[in-house]
Design a protein around this ligand. Structure first.
Ligand code: NAD
Ligand code: DAU
Length: 352
């Protein structure tokens, strides 16, 4: 008897960015029979060279489209008839949202609505929203017993997290009001290949390699729960296939580290002196601690993080050493203006 595997056409928005590109590689490898259509506006954070390895794959298509552009999105749905949409597309950097919130409202909220309107109009088996643990706000440092569960109230701090929370509420409203088959994942901090160099880990790797100061905000005692990006991709693959419609799944690895610990690990791995560490003015509204309780996704879907931080950070540093061209091209362009604006005038504070 011949058994046919179900095959899907999956729209991946934001697939030229960090997690979206890793998800595309993961899916084309794990499900070679699926078709993947990447929709990306190619903002400063999107990079077509990231997708070079899959551009010739006959099951892959790249479309330069803004998810806020309703006409272009509808045309693509008419042409491709996707079965599943995974929405990664977003403005994702907290510091940029503090400088200029507006584009965050456009892409993260209105763009999400456009994608879901298209799903309602043309029909879909699943709409998946890639969200963040930042929608829960932060936890106090003196209560290590507390974790974010799916029941933790939404309580945001930055324009970025507020825009992501607004999108989550819209997604749940489209499920209740229109019966759209949605799921949401709320993940902790990812790290790994193709992470844009404005974010903590790649920024510190790039600066350390150039013997430049390592700008730690405030005392560096803020805690993040780090997850290797491939583990996040596996979680989303499980949720879109087996997750229950209308549900939220928290994704995180019980791998909490202070920022200063992370920076010291990077110095040690690269053989660079800790004297490069420079404490600078803190981020406004800076969240103290994020920590995910992944019990629901573990017990319902059998997900667990497979990459230990000690291994993941070594793999990540190796990747940055072996792929210098990818990030050196980024930091030699427009990014320099951003870096000067964000760090040039930032007051240095003396903390050890
Ligand atoms: P990223 O900034 O690296 O990539 C975002 C991608 O979206 C880029 O390719 C960009 O060109 C594209 N994009 C932006 N605006 C667009 C628009 N209007 N239309 C189409 N494409 C657009 O982001 P990332 O770190 O890969 O994050 C991806 C998603 O995962 C985001 O939704 C983010 O909120 C969420 N998330 C990220 C993390 C993390 O640690 N990075 C953790 C949890 C959740
Ligand atoms: O928790 C998930 C979130 O993780 C995602 O939703 C966001 O898209 C993603 O950007 C990330 O947000 P963070 O703000 O936690 O990540 P970032 O890498 O910007 O900063 C991590 C920590 O490091 C944070 O406490 C601020 C600090 N930091 C960051 C930078 C860029 C520094 O001390 N110095 C820096 O130069």
């Amino acid at each position: 008897m011949i058994t046919y595997l179900p095959t899907y056409n999956i729209f991946v928005t934001g697939g030229a960015g960090f997690i979206g590109s890793n998800f595309i590689f993961y899916m084309l490898d794990k499900h070679p029979e699926y078709r993947i259509v990447c929709i990306d506006k190619l903002t400063y954070a999107g990079n077509l060279s990231t997708l070079a390895a899959v551009m010739d794959n006959p099951n892959f298509r790249f479309c330069k489209v803004d998810i806020c552009d309703r006409k272009a999105v509808y045309e693509l749905f008419e042409e491709e008839h996707p079965d599943i949409v995974v929405n990664f597309a977003a403005e994702s950097h907290v510091d940029r949202s503090i400088e200029n919130p507006e584009v965050f409202l456009d892409t993260n909220i209105k763009g999400t609505a456009v994608m879901m309107d298209a799903c309602r109009k043309y029909g879909i088996q699943r709409y998946h929203q890639v969200s963040t643990d930042e929608v829960y706000g932060d936890l106090p440092l003196d209560r290590p017993d507390l974790f974010f569960t799916e029941e933790t109230p939404i309580h945001t701090s930055s324009p970025y997290s507020s825009s992501k929370a607004a999108a989550d509420l819209l997604v749940l409203a489209y499920h209740r009001t229109y019966g759209l088959p949605v799921t949401i994942s709320r993940c902790s901090n990812n790290y790994g290949p193709y992470h844009f160099p404005e974010k903590l880990i790649p920024l510190m790797i790039a600066n350390a390699l150039a013997d430049k100061p390592l700008p730690v905000y405030g005392e560096g005692l803020n805690v993040r729960d780090w997850l290797y990006v491939e583990d996040h991709c596996k979680a989303i693959d499980l949720i879109i296939h087996k997750g229950r419609v209308g549900e939220v799944y928290n994704v995180g690895g019980h791998n909490e580290k202070t920022n200063i610990e992370i920076v010291k690990i990077i110095c040690k791995e690269l053989g660079k002196p800790e004297s490069l560490i420079t404490h600078v003015e803190d981020r406004k509204g800076h969240d103290m601690r994020y920590a995910i309780d992944p019990e629901k996704i573990s017990s319902e879907l059998g997900w667990y993080p497979e990459t230990r931080f000690e291994d993941g950070i070594k793999k990540t540093i190796k990747w940055y050493l072996e792929n210098r061209q990818w990030w050196e091209t980024i930091i030699s362009g427009e990014y320099q203006k951003y870096y000067e604006k964000m760090y040039g005038d930032r007051e240095q504070i003396n903390k050890k």
